[in-house]
Design a protein around this ligand. Structure first.
Ligand code: NAD
Length: 484
C-alpha cells in the first residue's frame, strides 16, 4: 500500500485511533492506496477538548495576527501545488488540470480569508446624546466542517480559512473516501504557524458526524454533501440547538436558446457536464433545448465524442458510482430516450480497473424520467426539449433542488428573464459553471441548502460569527435621559 493508515489530527498531533479501518481507493486504477480509521464519539470528544483548550487564546488573538497564518498557508498551497494536486488525483481521480484548479481555488479562498480584517470592521453610532452603540463580530466557538468526496482540497478550504480567521476553532470531518488531502491541509497549516488545537481532523463516517451533531461542546455545524445526508445533519444539529448550514445535492438546468453562440455554448456545456467526471454540485445535468437548437446539440455531441476517458475525463469515485450512473442511462434508454453520445463501457489502456465512463449525452428525455429528476453525479447530460423559454423555466422551477441554472442566449431580455425566474441560488448567462468567485459567496436554494447564509465569501461571515451589540456612555456632561 502506498500510504500508511491515515491518522487523526488532534491538538496538533497526528494520532492513530483505536478504530476499525476502511480501505481508500485510487479510482483511476481501482487499487487500495491507504486505510482510513472509522473514528467514533471518543475521538470526537478528544477533538472537542483540544479545540476548547485552544479557543480562548485563539479567539483573543487580534484578527490581523490570526490571518498572518493564512498568508503563510496560501504561500505553502502555491509552493506545494504539484504535490497537493497529485494527491487529489490519486484519491479522487481528477485529471491533473482539474486537480490543480482545485488547489488554486483553495488558495483564492485563503486570499479572501486574509482580507477579512478589512471586511469585518464593526459599526458604531451615537444613538442618544453621549450614548454610543457598537457592534462587534465575535467567534461562535468550536465549529465543524463535514465535507464530501468530490473536492478533497477545495471544500475543506471553503470553511477552514474563514472560520479560523474569524476566531473559531474547527473540527474537520473529511469524506472517508478521500482522507489524504485533509491531513496535508492540517500539516501545511501547522507549518504556517497555526497554534495546536485550532484545527482538528477526525476521520470516519456516520458515527463521527452524529457525534459532532450531538456534542455539547460544538456550537456550529457546517456540512457539504448530498441532500439526503444534509437533511439528516441539519435536523440533528438544530435539534441539538446548534446553528447549522448544510449544503446538499443539485440538479442544474442549462437553457439553450436558438440564438445562442453555437461554439461557446457547446464548449461550455460539455465542460460543465463532464468536468470532474460530472461530480460537481455545479455540473450541468439537464439541458433544456428550446426549439431551433439542433445545430447546438449536433456540435456539443461532436465536442463530447472527441473527449478521451483517462486523458480528458477522469474516473468516477467508485465501482458503486459507476454502476449507479450506468443504470440511469440504461433506464432512460429503455424508457425511450436516445443515447446520442455513449460513454458506457469506457476503458483506459493500462487502467482497466479504473471506474471510467465517458461523456454521455441523452436526447429526448422527458421531465418525468428519473434521469431528469435525480442527481446523477456523473458525466451525463440529459436533453429535454421545450418550445419556448417559459416552458423551459417551468421545467427548471419544478425541480426541488436549487443550486444553479444557466442560459445560453444573445438576448439581454431572455437572459434577464431567466435570471429573475430561475429557482436557484446561482444563475449564469453564457457560463456553464456559474460559481461565484470571492468576495461573492457560494450557496444554493431549496433542497440544495438548509440553513441561512452561504458557505463562502461575505455571505459566510454571519455563520462564523456572532454579533455583540454594546451600548456605552462615558461623558457625564451629556446629561441624563431614558437610556442612562
Ligand atoms: P455524502 O452526503 O455521501 O457525504 C458527505 C459527508 O457526509 C461525508 O463526510 C460522509 O462521511 C458523511 N456521511 C455519509 N453518510 C452519512 C450518514 N448516514 N450520516 C451522517 N453522515 C454521513 O456526499 P458525497 O457523496 O461525499 O458527495 C457528493 C454530494 O455532495 C453530491 O450530492 C453533491 O452535489 C454534493 N455537494 C454539494 C455541494 C454544494 O455546495 N451544494 C458541494 C459539493 C458536493
Amino acid at each position: 500500500m502506498k500510504y500508511a493508515a491515515v491518522q487523526n489530527c488532534i491538538g496538533g498531533a497526528f494520532v492513530s485511533p483505536d478504530a476499525p479501518l476502511l480501505d481508500v481507493y485510487d479510482p483511476s486504477v481501482g487499487a487500495v492506496i491507504s486505510r482510513v480509521p472509522l473514528s467514533g464519539a471518543r475521538e470526537v470528544d478528544a477533538a472537542v477538548r483540544a479545540a476548547r483548550g485552544a479557543l480562548t487564546a485563539w479567539a483573543g488573538t487580534p484578527i490581523k495576527e490570526r490571518v498572518q497564518v493564512l498568508y503563510r498557508y496560501r504561500t505553502l498551497l502555491n509552493r506545494h501545488i504539484d504535490e497537493l494536486a497529485a494527491l487529489v488525483t490519486e484519491e479522487n481521480g481528477k485529471i491533473a488540470s482539474e486537480a490543480r484548479a482545485e488547489v488554486l481555488k483553495a488558495a483564492e479562498l485563503t486570499e479572501f480569508a486574509c482580507s477579512l480584517p478589512q471586511i469585518v470592521t464593526g459599526e458604531v453610532l451615537e444613538v442618544s446624546r453621549g450614548v454610543e452603540c457598537r457592534v462587534e463580530h465575535f467567534p461562535v466557538g468550536v465549529v465543524t466542517a463535514i465535507t464530501p468526496f468530490n473536492f478533497p482540497n477545495m471544500v475543506p478550504n471553503w470553511s477552514i480559512p474563514n472560520a479560523i480567521a474569524l476566531g473559531n476553532c474547527m473540527i474537520l470531518k473529511p469524506s472517508e473516501l478521500v482522507p489524504l488531502s485533509a491531513n496535508r491541509i492540517a500539516s501545511l497549516l501547522k507549518e504556517a504557524g497555526l497554534p495546536d488545537g485550532v484545527l482538528q481532523v477526525v476521520h470516519g463516517g456516520q458515527e463521527v458526524v452524529e457525534a459532532l451533531c450531538d456534542h455539547s461542546g460544538i456550537a456550529a455545524v457546517s456540512f457539504v454533501g448530498s441532500t439526503r445526508i444534509a437533511r439528516v445533519v441539519y435536523r440533528r444539529a438544530t435539534g441539538n440547538l446548534k446553528r447549522c448550514l448544510a449544503l446538499g445535492g443539485a440538479k442544474n438546468h442549462l437553457i439553450v436558446m436558438p440564438d445562442a453562440d453555437r461554439e461557446m455554448a457547446a464548449a461550455n456545456i460539455v465542460a460543465s457536464m463532464s468536468g470532474c467526471a460530472g461530480q460537481r454540485c455545479m455540473a450541468a445535468s439537464i439541458m433544456i433545448a428550446v426549439s431551433g437548437t439542433d445545430h447546438v446539440i449536433a456540435r456539443l455531441a461532436e465536442v463530447a465524442r472527441a473527449m478521451v476517458p483517462g486523458a480528458d475525463v477522469g474516473p468516477v469515485i467508485s465501482a458503486a458510482a459507476l454502476e449507479r450512473i450506468t443504470r440511469y442511462i440504461d433506464e432512460a434508454e429503455a424508457a425511450g430516450a436516445t443515447v446520442v453520445v455513449d460513454g458506457r463501457h469506457a476503458t483506459v489502456p493500462g487502467k482497466e480497473g479504473g471506474y471510467f465512463i465517458g461523456p454521455t449525452i441523452i436526447d429526448h428525455v422527458t421531465p418525468d424520467m428519473r434521469i431528469a429528476q435525480d442527481e446523477v453525479f456523473g458525466p451525463v447530460l440529459a436533453i429535454v426539449r421545450a418550445t419556448n423559454v417559459g416552458e423551459a423555466m417551468a421545467i427548471e422551477n419544478a425541480s426541488p433542488y436549487g443550486n444553479a441554472a444557466s442560459v445560453f442566449t444573445e438576448s439581454g431580455g431572455v437572459a434577464r428573464y431567466v435570471m429573475e425566474h430561475a429557482n436557484a441560488g446561482m444563475v449564469g448567462v453564457n457560463v456553464g459553471v456559474p460559481v461565484p468567485r470571492e468576495p461573492f459567496s457560494f450557496g444554493g436554494w431549496n433542497d440544495s441548502r438548509f440553513g441561512v447564509g452561504d458557505i463562502t465569501g461575505r455571505g459566510s461571515i454571519g455563520f462564523w460569527t456572532q454579533a455583540k451589540k454594546m451600548t456605552t456612555k462615558w461623558n457625564r456632561e451629556a446629561g441624563i435621559n431614558w437610556m442612562s
